[in-house]
Design a binder for this molecule. Structure first.
Ligand code: KG4
Ligand code: ZN
Length: 468
């Protein structure tokens, strides 16, 4: 089973080195501990002999052997592995953002069969394909493990059984090639992949992260430092899309969202009067459970049978389904729009220099979502940044890229041993908030499901920075 680390060991994973030191050129010198590595860096700053060596990034060594120095920025090559939910993904990305390869093995067929992710089955599916997915990513890039600078892997949030498959694989690869390992927050990766696409995107910026399991509005102050402006008090929007698709008897092979988006184009979005969630709550939180119920009731009232696939429906039945899909999509997105407007107002008060709203996560591949949110940001003279659909849904590129961003500032762990002992306790964080809640934005509408297991990424980063 997965392990949950206590706070002190959690801290020890964040090997933070002040940014100012990281970017300063260093000569490579094998050291036994990161701590002494940091001291070495500090000592190196005034050394004229070392300052002439300007092409290397920070290095460290383990008690086993030293890691070869890797050139900075462009020559970093990171393998990213993602298994937090139902997609097994791997990619290889260069420090300059060049995507050398990306491979995704989707469990959409399982999703279609069971209408949701069954953790044990998802774990088995990941285990079956993980070796192949990683190998394919290496083959497509034309590289071998020896060419890599580091391995990045999602450690949370997500299903612990699934996360474990990716972490195990990442440690095996890193162990075999003596590579540092970077632990990645899945939601940070959804946000940061936008910086790979849009080179102008600087901190601070806002991000709306909308996927099957998460619905987050955050203010990104810096790498690893986020203020959570809003989250869902029950279901995420992607879950609402998936259930709507299932109840409407749509083809779920590419997951529910794209199926709803497609049939919605045939429907009248004003025909079913769904109410917008949480109108009375003047905050930035989300709720989709009530809207799901409204959809279910509308489907029942039209006698739509999910068992009858849309491809076999009569034309009248098909048009009722399309009307419900379009009306659901309109109201679900209105809810996003309303929350985004308020969040932008809050965020501009906290960080007036914000220029961008990033919209990422699987649901951000929806063209209607993009178009509506584009209108919202324009009102505030902001720019919308949406990664291309392939980088919005779960993928290895976002993990590799987030690994690169973290590696550059010294946030990585030393290479693991070639083989972990059988009773090794993996650091998996199934419930791991990205940021601390914005105090003024606390909602009275709370769900019991919000129990926290891990301290947020932001609190860990801040605590580590204070220790330096
Ligand atoms: O980010 P993602 O790949 O996985 C999670 O971390 O959850 O998001 C998957 C979710 C699914 O709920 C899927 O139905 C939804 O994203 N999705 C969409 C679209 N494409 C994927 N929802 C609406 N419209 C789409 N075009
Ligand atoms: Zn995701």
């Amino acid at each position: 089973m997965s392990s949950v680390l206590t706070l002190p060991s959690t801290f020890s994973r964040l090997n933070l080195v002040p940014k100012s030191l990281i970017t300063i050129p260093l000569a490579f010198k094998p050291l036994n501990l990161l701590k002494s590595h940091k001291q070495q860096q500090a000592r190196s700053l005034n050394s004229p002999r070392l300052s002439s060596l300007n092409s290397f990034t920070t290095h460290f060594s383990t008690s086993r052997s030293s890691v070869s120095p890797k050139p900075f920025h462009d020559d970093l090559v990171v393998l990213g592995i993602e298994t937090s939910c139902d997609d097994t993904a791997a990619a290889i990305v260069r420090g300059n953002g060049e995507i050398l390869s990306q491979v995704v093995s989707s469990q959409a067929d399982l999703l279609a069969r069971y209408g949701g992710v069954a953790p044990k089955m998802a774990e088995e599916a990941h285990s079956q394909v993980i070796d192949q997915v990683v190998q394919e990513a290496l083959d497509k890039s034309g590289l071998t493990g020896r060419d890599l600078s580091a391995v990045a892997v999602t450690i949370g949030p997500g299903l612990s059984l699934c996360l474990r498959v990716g972490v195990q694989k990442a440690r095996r690869v890193a162990g075999s090639f003596n590579l540092p390992i970077i632990s990645v927050h899945h939601m940070e990766a959804h946000a940061l992949v936008a910086r790979l696409i849009e080179k102008e995107l600087q901190f601070p910026f806002m991000a709306l992260l909308i996927s099957g399991g998460h619905n987050l509005l955050v203010l990104a102050h810096d790498l690893g430092q986020y203020t959570q402006l809003g989250t869902t008090i029950d279901d995420a929007i992607g879950e609402a899309f998936d259930k709507t698709a299932k109840w409407l008897g749509l083809d779920m092979r590419k997951s529910g969202g794209p199926a709803v988006e497609q049939i919605a184009q045939e429907g009248d979005a004003e025909s079913v009067r769904f109410s917008i969630p949480m109108k009375q709550h003047k905050d930035c939180n989300f709720s989709f459970a009530g809207l799901k119920t409204q959809v279910r009731l509308a489907i029942a009232s039209k006698n739509i049978e999910a068992k009858v696939p849309i491809s076999c429906a009569s034309s009248q039945d098909r048009s009722s389904r399309a009307d419900i899909a379009a009306s659901f999509q309109r109201v679900a997105v209105l809810h996003l729009e309303e929350r985004c407007e308020r969040a932008i107002e809050w965020a501009l008060k906290i960080e007036p220099s914000i220029k961008h709203l990033v919209v990422s996560g699987g649901v951000a591949s929806n063209q209607y979502v993009r178009a509506r949110l584009d209108r919202v940001v324009k009102k505030y003279s902001l720019q919308l940044v949406c990664p291309p659909p392939k980088l919005c849904t779960d993928n290895g590129v976002m993990i590799a890229w987030t690994g690169i961003e973290n590696f550059r500032v010294g946030r990585y762990d030393p290479p693991p041993p070639a083989n972990d002992p059988e009773d090794f306790m993996y650091d998996l964080r199934p419930r791991w908030p990205l940021g601390e809640e914005y105090a003024e934005g606390r909602s009275e509408a709370r769900s019991l499901r919000r129990a926290r297991v891990h301290p947020s990424l932001t609190s860990l980063v801040q605590a580590s920075l204070q220790q330096q």
